[in-house]
Design a protein around this ligand. Structure first.
Ligand SMILES: [Zn+2]
Length: 1012
């Protein structure tokens, strides 16, 4: 069909635009308008051929005049420009009040207080028995709830449920305007085809998934509004200032949050969708202004946990959608960049639950129109029409295939709970540990994601793999182990988020490697490792077993057992102190919040025992002695803080540590200094990384901090702060501030830097740190190598007393690196060449195993192994005075049969670890040595990759480098993280190290002056 575009009409001009920024309230107070001075009207825009897009959205359709049109509520034609949240809200409320075809639900509120809605639209008969339909769909979703015959009957007769979500990225606006047009059409249309559609479908419209982002974007748009139309996508009207509207209030990408559910937008939406069990989920986005329109199905890699029907149905819907767009002659494509590996996107998340997930990506027009290379104009209204036509096509496809799709859905849900098959003997197990709040957070998230959990009533043995993918044979697990069987209604979700890794196909590996080498870019769109047991750092396993007899459904951890704390009858009137166990993350939070209230807090840098109760490293203690001058009620302040956090605080009657364990008055109880935190913000600092840090401080720790505009940093008075956090990406903002930062650190500051900003701090030119990045020291690695050797010999080494007490001078000395696996030193240019090669293969978000320094205050609350989500290209090197509290790679004894010896085994025994002698022959320049610069202890190998795609070249590059460095500089310190420790608010293991750094740092690692 040939579309006729007329010239510009006066419709768009003048005061009409003014209301773009102003929220229109449906009920304005009565205002008396006085006579106003004359003001020249705007000059009308010149005619602009092709600008006006007046193709009707619903040609020939009849609509009930009793249902107000969107145009009448908005004050402009729907789709002509983006509607604000308040305008969308006004439309939804008006239609919900005017028709019995729809019901409006509020499923949450954003951080900025905007309501999140979904509107359910169906035939009047269906709406009347909506709860019964919902319950029946729920039965279909849980095949255990109905007989096979009943399930078949439900599948044959129930309406299919489709959830249409729009504008999860707030600046991708056209979807929400299409949602308005669609909702009105379905509420008001009196044509038979719409009535039939509503008989057979429950249509749920979620018109704006990120209202805070959308309104932020539209406010900016209003500020840059020009009277004359803007069709150049390089014009400011088409490019929003930071932080744009993509993200939510805390600058998170909500379309990565379906997995972690950190935010209220996700929490409300996911709960509502889960309750409806939709068979189709649509998620409408936008992409670059000069692009066209993309829709599902995706290309490889596709997450292997998705049901086979995902692709088949994706093609059915995609074909029909293409036909619908062809009718208008619109250009589109599918696949290309669109893959579905990461399970935290809308479409994958829904597809694990049995829905066909459909993505739209429309070229972003923002407002007015955009001039295309071929000279045509693509108007905003036409972009809205693309979204609308796509949704109408999807509804028609669903209706036409309802019975078959419902049958497939039912079959998939039966397969999930079947007594045999892929899910029947697959179990995920978590052994609760001392970090109670961490375990509780993990369990809560599993519940929220709809997973059923059980507890083992008694100890049991099972085989499977641990988080390092080591196979375990008949290991005993304690009573109370939490079991998450794959065999349950959300089987695919369980596997997708808990299996140790999700591999891509061999074919895709070839494609990806070729793309990296030939094009210098990846075909992966997001991270490749996300296992939630790893990101939470809970003690998790995958086991080959069924639920043991007597396993009980599990809802939450039992109340904290406090058996070791003194009984009230033996408690003196006034304890000497109160303590929170540092094994629990809440110890740091409690310290932060108490210090903010003026309470003096100490933290332990070594485990101890008080009143017969164990306290891990990082425990916090509030002594009465320290707080003599505290003006409030100390005990009440402590107990209030504990109640707010649901933390266990124990009264301590004696500061005596039995045996050699630390006593309360000794140096292991370090007085903390209340942190005064500044976080650098705004460009060039990375938006997401800043947002994660902001969210961690504001919502996880719940304390005040200062957020500094990078543009003002050159004149910022640094003396107000004792902690400065540099999020990733800030290299260019720091150039002129190195000397000021250096002076500030030397005077006692704790500087914390992340990712590429850490890399900048570690450059020689900063003069702030002695840490370095790998490329900077690639030709002089001896010192760094020696630091690694000293660490492992110091950790694993055993002394042979006979050699020490010998009265003769030794005939020969043992040097641990002589027997270690390593390669010879390379010529400088070859070393650089090899590093450039390896650099081509850096990971896009893989989970790596890291070893920790178990005596360092930064690693309090960590186990011996810390899973780290690593991405980026910052590789930190530590030696000399630079500590490496967390390094990549776990050394473990080689247990496999050693290769045939080619050299005689060394005769000495200065060695490391128990298996040293039998495996010493695996030495020297063994081919495949995991790292070219840092040797591996004899008899050991390094475990590094836990989950996700880590090319061998990147593994070789990262092995034994530092994830965290810490060094003393003058009276202060520098702490560097090679990659974000707070990624998407989800990496709870590394987040603990970060909170240790910013809360305990000023007291633990810097000298604070006594203030006379
Ligand atoms: Zn998007």
């Amino acid at each position: 069909m040939v579309r006729v575009r007329t010239g510009f009409t006066g419709l768009l001009a003048g005061a009409l635009w003014a209301s773009l920024a102003a929220a229109q309230s449906p009920s304005q107070p009565v205002i008396t308008v006085t006579s106003q001075p004359a003001f020249p009207a705007a000059l009308p825009p010149s005619p602009l051929p092709g600008f006006m897009y007046d193709t009707p959205f619903f040609p020939g359709a009849r609509h009930d005049p009793a249902i107000p049109t969107p145009d009448s509520i908005l004050g402009f034609p729907v789709g002509q420009r983006p509607a604000r949240h308040s305008q969308i809200q006004a439309c939804l409320k008006a239609w919900a009040a005017a028709t019995s075809r729809a019901r409006l639900f509020e499923h949450g509120r954003t951080y900025e207080g905007r309501a999140l809605y979904h509107m359910v639209i169906s035939s009047e008969a269906n709406i009347r028995r909506l709860d019964a339909i919902k319950a029946d769909v729920g039965k279909l979703a849980d095949a255990r709830a109905v007989s096979a015959g009943e399930g078949d009957r439900l599948a044959a007769n129930l309406p299919a449920v489709i959830w249409l979500g729009y504008t999860i990225h707030g600046d991708e606006t056209s979807g929400s305007d299409a949602a308005l047009a669609l909702a009105w059409h379905l509420c008001a249309c009196t044509d038979d085809d719409v009535k039939r559609l509503l008989d057979e479908l429950i249509v749920i419209i979620d018109p704006v998934m990120n209202p805070d982002g959308r309104d932020r974007y539209l406010t900016n748009l209003g500020e840059d509004r020009t009277e004359q139309p803007s069709v150049d996508d390089q014009s400011v009207l088409h490019s929003r200032p930071w932080p744009m509207g993509r993200t939510n209030h805390y600058l998170f990408d909500l379309n990565r949050d379906w997995l972690f559910a950190v935010h209220p937008e996700s929490r409300g939406r996911l709960a509502a969708i889960s309750a409806w069990h939709p068979q189709v989920l649509v998620d409408a986005h936008e992409m670059g202004a000069q692009d066209t329109f993309l829709f599902s199905p995706p290309r490889e890699p596709i997450n292997r946990n998705l049901a086979p029907g995902f692709r088949r149905w994706g093609h059915v819907f995609g074909r029909d959608q293409a036909t619908a767009l062809d009718r208008f002659g619109w250009r589109y494509y599918h696949g290309e960049w669109n893959e579905e590996l990461y399970p935290g996107y809308s479409t994958t998340w829904a597809a694990f639950r049995g829905a066909v997930g459909i993505l739209y990506e429309q070229a972003s027009i923002a407002t007015d129109a955009v001039r295309r290379p071929e000279g045509t104009l693509l108007s905003y209204r036409e972009s809205v029409h693309h979204q609308l036509a796509s949704s109408l096509a999807n509804l028609a496809t669903l209706r036409a295939n309802r019975a078959a799709l419902m049958r497939d859905y039912a079959a998939q849900r039966r397969e999930a709970v079947a007594d045999s098959g892929a899910f029947a003997e697959r179990m995920f197990a978590i052994v609760p540990g001392a970090n109670r709040s961490r375990d509780a957070g993990f369990i809560e998230l599993m519940h929220f994601q709809g997973l059923e959990m059980y507890t083992a009533p008694q100890a049991f043995t099972a085989s499977g793999t641990d988080r390092l993918s080591r196979s375990i044979e008949k290991r005993e697990f304690p009573a109370g182990t939490i079991l998450i069987p794959a065999r349950q209604p959300e089987a695919r979700t369980a596997c997708a988020i808990l299996e140790m890794e999700t591999r891509v196909s061999d074919e895709f590996l070839d494609v990806e490697r070729s793309e990296l080498l030939r094009m210098g870019r990846s075909k992966l769109y997001d991270i490749t490792g996300w296992n939630l047991m790893m990101l939470h750092d809970v003690d998790g396993y995958e086991l080959a077993m069924r639920l043991p007899a007597g396993a009980k459904r599990f809802e939450a951890l039992p109340p904290a057992s406090d058996a070791n704390s003194p009984k009230p009858s033996t408690q003196p009137a006034e304890p000497v102190a109160w303590a929170v166990d540092g094994a629990d993350d809440l110890a740091v939070v409690a310290a932060a919040r108490l210090m903010e209230r003026g309470v003096k807090v100490r933290a332990t840098d070594k485990a101890t025992e008080l009143d017969g109760r164990r306290y891990a490293r990082g425990s916090i203690v509030i002594t009465r002695a320290d707080n003599q001058l505290f003006t409030g009620n100390l005990e009440k302040s402590v107990s209030d803080a504990a109640k707010e956090l649901n933390a266990t605080v124990t009264a301590v009657n004696s500061g005596f540590g039995p045996g050699d364990l630390p006593d309360m008055g000794g140096r292991h109880f370090v007085l903390l200094d209340a942190p005064r935190i500044a976080v650098l913000s705004r460009p060039p600092f990375a938006t997401y990384n800043f947002g994660e840090i902001w969210h961690t401080i504001d919502r996880v720790l719940g304390i005040r901090a200062s957020y500094i505009d990078a543009a003002e940093f050159s004149t910022t008075d640094l003396r107000r702060y004792n902690v400065i956090v540099l999020p990733a990406g800030g290299e260019d903002a720091l150039k002129d501030r190195w000397s000021a930062l250096r002076a500030w650190v030397k005077a006692g500051g704790t500087l914390v830097a992340i990712g590429s900003s850490a890399g900048a701090v570690a450059s020689e030119s900063s003069g702030v740190s002695d840490a370095r990045t790998l490329p900077d020291v690639i030709t002089k690695l001896e010192d760094y190598s020696m630091a690694v050797v000293r660490e492992w010999v110091g950790r694993l080494g055993r002394v042979d007393p006979a050699r020490v007490w010998a009265h003769t001078a030794p005939a020969a000395l043992d040097y641990p690196w002589v027997t270690a696996k390593k390669s010879d030193k390379l010529p400088d240019d070859e070393a650089k060449r090899r590093d450039s090669w390896r650099q081509l293969f850096m990971p896009q978000g893989a989970i790596l195993a890291a070893r920790i320094d178990d005596r360092h205050w930064l690693t309090a609350g960590c186990g011996p192994m810390l899973p780290v989500l690593y991405d980026g290209d910052t590789i930190l090197m530590a030696a000399g005075g630079v500590q490496a509290p967390v390094r990549f790679g776990i050394f473990e004894p080689v247990t496999a049969t050693p290769a045939p010896a080619t050299k005689p085994a060394p005769t000495t025994s200065s060695a490391v670890g128990d298996q040293s002698s039998k495996d010493d022959q695996k030495d020297g320049d063994t081919e495949g040595a995991p790292s070219h610069w840092a040797p591996i202890p004899p008899g050991h190998e390094m475990r590094l990759r836990m989950s996700g795609l880590l090319w061998p070249e990147a593994a070789d590059r990262l092995a034994s480098t530092a994830y965290v460095t810490r060094e003393r500089v003058g009276s202060g310190q520098v702490i560097l993280f090679a990659a974000s420790p707070t990624f998407r608010g989800a990496t709870k293991g590394t987040m603990r190290v970060f909170t240790n750094a910013i809360i305990c740092g000023p007291g633990m690692g810097a000298s604070q002056p006594i203030r006379p």
